[in-house]
Design a protein around this ligand. Structure first.
Ligand SMILES: [Zn+2]
Length: 258
């Protein structure tokens, strides 16, 4: 990254912001089409926004010196849930940079992988905070299916853009599912991955019934819903039915994208 941009800035967070945003503007490409450029949109308090000039895909960059595989602080909880319901969440770029301003890790989470189960409410700000009572949220990365965490840079090494684009393309059919139903599909997919075998049966998935009940307390027909989502995942090419309640995870869906 170009740290000479730091110029007159003194605070490390301001410098980080200038340097990482400049990097994304010059180096980041669109994963949703073959455009080699993104253009900058407005900045908000915590993140920078970009748009693909060719296909209009939106990207948001969040960067930090630390790297948590578990969760990323995001904006207001209610605003995030509303954005998920309204299909207005941008693709998210999560960057970790090193002390000498190199991109150490960069992860792309396609917009259609955000579900309400991946968003956790934070404690309201205390009575003496400037925005007392405001409730923020964390994005829980472990609650996002593996297909939704695309490495762009890993340990300082950039993956070829064509690999990132082909991962994005493989996952894109999920974007056709209505946001109100997509949460179920992605949660079932994530649970299938936790079984960690290429061939599974219905009982393996029913073992997650309790967990799905707690994610969707208003739904009392969890087993039929699970079977319905297995059909959706089959239609999207993530699973194959091999008969008698047995399912095979499609090779492309189990590709290691950890
Ligand atoms: Zn594009």
């Amino acid at each position: 990254m170009n740290s000479t941009l730091a110029g007159a800035y003194k605070s490390r967070s301001q410098i980080a912001r200038i340097v990482t945003e400049d990097w994304a503007l010059h180096e980041m490409y669109c994963a949703a089409c073959d455009s080699d450029k993104l253009r900058a949109l407005k900045n908000n308090a915590r993140a920078a926004d970009y748009e693909c000039p060719r296909c209009g895909a939106r990207f948001q960059l969040k960067s930090g010196a630390g790297w948590s595989e578990r969760s990323i602080p995001d904006a207001g909880y209610d605003a995030m849930i509303e954005a998920i319901r309204g299909n207005r969440v941008p693709n998210l770029l999560v960057m970790q940079y090193s002390a000498d301003w190199r991109v150490r890790n960069l992860l792309l989470i396609p917009s259609f992988f955000f579900t309400s189960s991946a968003i956790r409410r934070r404690r309201p700000l205390g009575p003496y905070a400037r925005r007392a009572g405001w409730i923020g949220c964390n994005i829980v990365l472990s609650a996002i299916a593996r297909e939704g965490k695309l490495p762009v840079v890993s340990d300082g090494v950039a993956r070829p853009a064509r690999s990132v684009r082909s991962d994005y393309e493989r996952a894109r059919p999920l974007s056709r599912i209505k946001p109100s139903l997509r949460g179920w599909t992605l949660d079932v997919l994530r649970m299938i991955q936790r079984i960690n075998r290429t061939s599974i049966n219905l009982n393996d998935i029913y073992a997650f019934e309790g967990e799905l009940c707690s994610l969707y307390p208003r739904n009392s027909n969890v087993r039929p819903k699970i079977r319905q989502q297995l059909q959706v995942l089959r239609d999207l090419g993530f699973l194959r039915f091999t008969g008698k309640g047995t399912y095979e995870i499609a090779a492309n869906a189990s590709a290691s994208l950890s």
